[in-house]
Structures are given as C-alpha cells and as structure tokens.
Design a protein around this ligand. Structure first.
Ligand code: HAM
Length: 426
C-alpha cells in the first residue's frame, strides 16, 4: 500500500463503479439531447470574487466552504468552483451569448469543491449534473428545466423523491421580508443557536433553513415570505405549478424553503430522497434573474437552472437496487497465444479485429495459455481466438465461444465477419 491516501472527502472510481456513473451520465446526455440542451464546460477555478459576488458573501459556501488560494504573492485569489451557475453566467457574459441568440440552454456534468465536513453523501470533491437556461425565466422555462431534471430521475427508475417548491419574490419583496423576519426573531435572540444568531444579523432568511429541532416551532410561526410577494409574482408562481400539474410532475409547495445561495428570485425548488440520511437533498435550483447584473452585466438576465448531486443520486439508486448486476462490458474476443514468439502476430490479429470495430484483448504480460484463458473468463470475453504455430502458418484460427464452449476453425476474415454478426455475438 502506498504511504499516500486519497484526501478525505474525495473518492477514486475504478471500472466496476465507473459503469454506474456511465449509466447516469448516459441518461443525462440522452435527456439533454431530447430537451435540446447543449453541453457547457467552464474552468475548474475562477477568480474568488466571482463566487463572493455571485453566490453571496454571507452564505455558508462563501463564508467557510471555498478552497481558495493565491497563485503567486501578487496574484488575485482563485477558488476551485463550489458550484457551476456563477461560472456559466460569467462565461455567458464574457462571450456576450445573448447578443448572438435570445435563448441558450446549457447542461453540464462537472466536478465541484466545497470544504464541508465529509460524511455519507457529502464530499469535498463531488459531481453535479445540471442545466442553466439563459434568456428566459417564464413559467414555461421553469417547467422546462424541472421536466428535464425529473425526467432524468424517471428514466433511471428512481422513486421516493419529494419536490418542494416555493417563490422567493423579487429583490424588493425579499428586502421587506428580511426586515420583518429580523424584527420577528430579535425578541427570541437568546433562544437561537450560534449559527442562527449569526444569520439573524447577516441573512435572517437562512434561519428558516435550520435543522435544529429546538427552533422548529419558532420557525413555523415566523412570517411567511409568500405573504410579502407581490400579486404578479404569486400569479407567475401559480402558473408554474399549473404547468407542472399538466406535465404530471408532483410537487409540494413549501413556503419555508429557502436555498443556500443568494442569487435566487421567484421560483426556487429542492428535491429530497427518502433513501438518503442527513444529507437528503439530491438536487435543487430556481430562477436567478439578478445574477447577471450582480456580476457586472449591467442588467438582469432572465435565467433558471438546477443541479443534482451525482454521488447522492447513486447512493439512492443503489438503495433501490437500481445498480444491481451492472458490470463493465468485457471484450468480445480474447486472443490467446501458445508461445511468446507469436505475440507480435497476436498484435496484428488484434489490430485487424479492432479496426473492424470488434473489441479485443490480448496478453501483454507473457502469461501461460491457462492464465490467458483465466483472464479471458475474468474479463467476461465472449470468445477466445487461439494462435499456435500451426494457426500462424495456416492462417486458420481456433475460435471458441466461451459461453457454449463450441469451437471451430476459421480464417481471420471469416472470424471478423462472424464477430461482426450481431446474432452470433450475443
Ligand atoms: P446546491 O443546492 O448547492 O445548488 O447543490 C445542488 C446539489 O449538489 C445538492 O442538492 C447536492 O445533491 C449536491 N451537493 C452539494 N454539496 C455537496 C457535497 N459537499 N457533496 C456531495 N454533494 C453535494 C447549486 O449548486 C446550484 N448551483 C444549483 C443551481 C443551478 N441553481 C440554479 N442553477
């Protein structure tokens, strides 16, 4: 064993597990195609100010969870991206995307970094798939991203999910609400825990997010943001809900739902899974029309998006038996050589098969025939192709079906044809 271990809160993934990731990624890419979202890739690190401005200086993420560093003593601080939305918006503004077309539908599967205490479903490096729809945040646009997200869960067969949805109103609604909330909690300041006390000053909305059971009643009786949302905002929210009902998406309106990032306005949502423990949020998102202005874009840009944590999604799928029996696909054929001198020829044979699109493995370690056969079986190869001196000279090779054990002799061209034939290849 090496003296080095993976950093706490990070994970290595080998082929046995990678197939699970590929399954989810494949479904995400397929649905993205169906919903006409194009892939976006942005740098893993950005200037720290982008997140301070974008996510909000008083959020937990910016306050204590970012991996920031100075590239050199004179340099500007950089941060490993803790989420994708700010970076995607930065890229869109930098490229002036909206001047090229009024609407952009982008999706990503990306690695992110947050300095949180690692536990089941909470890592320091984790992966999200998500989507950002830029240029519209109409009820139809909100329903579109929600349908994409819920569509991925459906396609994977995942059940036991709860979609909670709320409206946070606009900036003005929230400012009035923030004042009302502060005034409500202030007389109870002594009863608040440390983090809620801190939030009371900086961002009282986040107290509503507290998981502390001692505060449950106090929070339940607090003024509701919904009551501060203007009639126009309420009507839009009702329309989102109506579109979700039309599309058969089940939801629960939860007026206590506030998200941990500051850029949201109007509709915000979160999905939890009954299969997960304390970290039960599997995904979340909402509208963020003000982010573009916050990042210096000069004006608001209607936008809505979501992100889903892939590790949590895989934990929930595993618990529901949705990953059972998944294993890496073995090579179609394993080229077995009788003696080492034939390995050059084996490589030529493998090359021809691979060029014909047939997945082929061969011995690269000079092992005995028996060991090569063991390896072919371990990998789950469908066929073994034997090369001995006679085969080499005659150009006729033994081909064994490793499932039925049937064996015959063929030329390499015939073998190429046989293995290309889907019925025989299984
Ligand atoms: P978020 O709620 O911070 O939203 O993260 C979305 C999901 O990422 C969470 O529900 C969770 O499944 C997963 N996640 C977050 N932190 C961790 C962690 N430390 N370890 C494992 N999984 C984690 C956002 O990031 C927003 N950018 C979503 C969005 C996109 N809003 C609009 N567009």
């Amino acid at each position: 064993m090496s003296q080095y271990q993976a950093v706490k809160g990070t994970k290595d993934v080998f082929p046995d597990e990678a197939v699970q990731w590929q399954l989810v990624e494949g479904v995400v890419r397929r649905l993205a195609g169906l919903y006409a979202f194009g892939e976006v890739r942005t740098p893993v690190f950005e200037y720290t100010e982008l997140f301070q401005r974008g996510i909000g200086a008083t959020t937990d993420i910016v306050g204590k969870e970012m991996f920031s560093f100075l590239p050199d003593p004179q340099g500007r601080s950089l941060t490993l991206r803790p989420e994708m939305t700010a970076g995607v918006m930065r890229a869109a503004l930098q490229r002036n995307l909206l001047s090229q077309a009024p609407l952009h539908k982008l999706f990503y599967i990306s690695d992110l970094f947050r300095k949180e205490r690692p536990q089941a479903g909470r890592q320091r490096q984790f992966t999200q798939f998500g989507a950002e729809l830029l240029g519209a945040s109409s009820p139809a646009a909100v329903a579109e991203v929600l349908s994409f997200m819920m569509g991925v869960f459906d396609a994977l067969g995942l059940t036991g999910l709860r979609l909670r949805i709320n409206t946070l109103g606009d900036l003005e609604d929230r400012a009035r609400y923030r004042d009302a909330l502060r005034a409500y909690f202030l007389p109870f300041a002594d009863e608040l825990d440390e983090s809620s006390k801190e939030r009371l000053e900086k961002n009282p909305l986040r107290i509503l997010d507290s998981k502390n059971p001692a505060l449950k009643e106090l929070i339940a009786a607090a003024p509701r943001l919904f009551d501060f949302v203007k009639a126009e905002g309420v009507a839009e929210f009702e329309e989102v809900l109506s579109l979700l009902r039309d599309r058969g998406v089940s939801y629960e309106v939860d007026h206590l739902l506030v998200r941990g990032l500051d850029y949201y306005c109007h509709t915000a949502f979160e999905v939890t899974s009954s299969e997960l423990g304390a970290q039960d949020a599997i995904g979340g998102g909402g509208r963020y029309d003000g982010l573009a202005r916050e990042l210096g874009g000069g004006k608001d840009m209607p936008a809505v998006g979501f992100a889903v944590g892939m590790e949590r999604l895989l934990i929930a799928m595993e618990k529901q038996g949705l990953l059972e029996g998944l294993k890496p696909v073995g090579p179609k054929v394993f080229v077995v050589v009788q003696q080492l001198e034939l390995s050059g020829h084996a490589m030529q044979v493998a090359f021809q098969l691979r060029r014909a699109g047939i997945s082929t493995e061969l011995d690269l370690a000079g092992r005995s025939m028996k060991a090569q056969m063991r390896e072919a079986n371990r990998l789950g190869a469908a066929y073994a192709l034997f090369i001995g001196q006679t085969e080499f000279e005659s150009g006729q090779y033994g081909l064994k079906n490793l499932v039925s054990s049937e064996q015959s002799t063929f030329t390499l061209d015939s073998i190429t044809e046989i293995l290309r034939e889907p019925l025989l290849c299984g």
